[in-house]
Design a protein around this ligand. Structure first.
Ligand SMILES: [Zn+2]
Length: 330
């Protein structure tokens, strides 16, 4: 009797601790976890991406078991470096597959976090028909529904919003709509906003839209910020509280060494997120094509920056503390 009461109480506590107003959890593909248990986190990677376009993308274009066989060794490899959590950034209509991620999570022990949102770049190639006719409010309603009840009937809930915009000045109408939809979703769910962007000239327009909606810039992750050439703009972004995502480390090294060294020297490393943007199984290529591993941070970036004075505390900030702070709900 006592025992069942205890079990009952712990269920109650679990249910209570997972309500929308809770500030300490994030949805993984296998359920909510506390931010503290994210541990060492890669904030931007991919296990599967299909660039065929929204009109043709389909789970029928790949075999889940073949994808798992291909991806698993790379997950086990990165686990040896202590990685516990991966944000899988493949957007909707580019073959985002929460069920595949759940299987990979169960088999590898890596905690995967998936997303809701829409990818606006490349003239709408990756947008479904409804994106062209619906308002920001209608799009946000879909994304909030994903958060509340799970993505497409899977019951798997997103841990962040992923959108993308074209590099236009002024920002295009569709792109501005996606940013507004993301802001509306954030206000209802607390899900932080990743936007595939590039330069600060574009990112700052997104931040302005969000600010006009009353959304703090700290809800915004400036994805692919490594494209920015004027380092002073990183300082401007950091002053606003924007998260600066230097996330292509799977593909090159020197530009990241320069930017991270600058961030440390100028005191804004606490606003920086790092990842590889690596992977992925590509259904258009035989056997999924060449897979880029998730290891450059550990094998190349760390030695290069340690030689320039980076210490254990800096890596803990970049890979453990910053992800945790970025995803804390306000
Ligand atoms: Zn990416």
């Amino acid at each position: 009797m006592k025992h069942s009461l205890l079990i009952g109480l712990s269920f109650l506590f679990l249910a209570f601790s997972c309500t929308e107003s809770d500030t300490t959890y994030i949805n993984t593909v296998t359920g909510p976890i506390s931010l503290d248990s994210m541990g060492l986190t890669l904030v931007h990677e991919h296990v599967l991406v299909d660039f065929i376009g929204a009109d043709s993308v389909s789970p029928d274009r790949y075999n889940q078991e073949e994808v798992i066989a291909k991806v698993m060794p790379y997950l086990l490899e990165v686990k040896k470096y202590g990685v516990r959590t991966i944000f899988e950034c493949t957007p909707s209509f580019l073959a985002k597959d929460p069920v595949l991620l759940k299987k990979l999570s169960e088999q590898s022990g890596i905690q995967f976090i998936t997303n809701t949102g829409l990818y606006g770049t490349q003239n709408g190639k990756f947008l479904p028909e409804y994106a062209f006719t619906e308002t920001a409010e209608q799009l946000a309603k879909r994304w909030i529904e994903d958060f509340r009840n799970g993505i497409e009937g899977t019951g798997i809930k997103p841990g962040f919003i992923k959108i993308s915009v074209n590099e236009d000045d002024p920002l295009g109408e569709m792109d501005a709509k996606l940013v507004r939809a993301a802001g509306l979703t954030y206000k209802q769910t607390g899900l932080k906003i990743y936007s595939h962007t590039g330069t600060w000239n574009t990112a700052k327009q997104e931040v302005e839209i969000l600010q006009q909606m009353g959304v703090d810039p700290s809800a915004f992750v400036w994805v692919h910020a490594q494209a920015e050439q004027d380092f002073q703009n990183y300082e401007k972004a950091a002053e606003l509280g924007v998260w600066i995502s230097l996330d292509g480390i799977g593909w090159s090294l020197e530009e990241y060494v320069e930017r991270l060294f600058f961030a440390k020297e100028n005191g804004f490393l606490a606003n920086v997120l790092i990842s590889h943007d690596a992977g992925w199984y590509d259904p258009a290529k035989p056997d999924g094509g060449d897979f880029v591993p998730f290891t450059n941070i550990f094998e190349k970036l760390m030695p290069a920056l340690n030689a320039k004075g980076f210490q254990e505390a800096d890596w803990k900030m970049l890979l453990v503390e910053n992800p945790k702070r970025a995803f804390r709900k306000e």
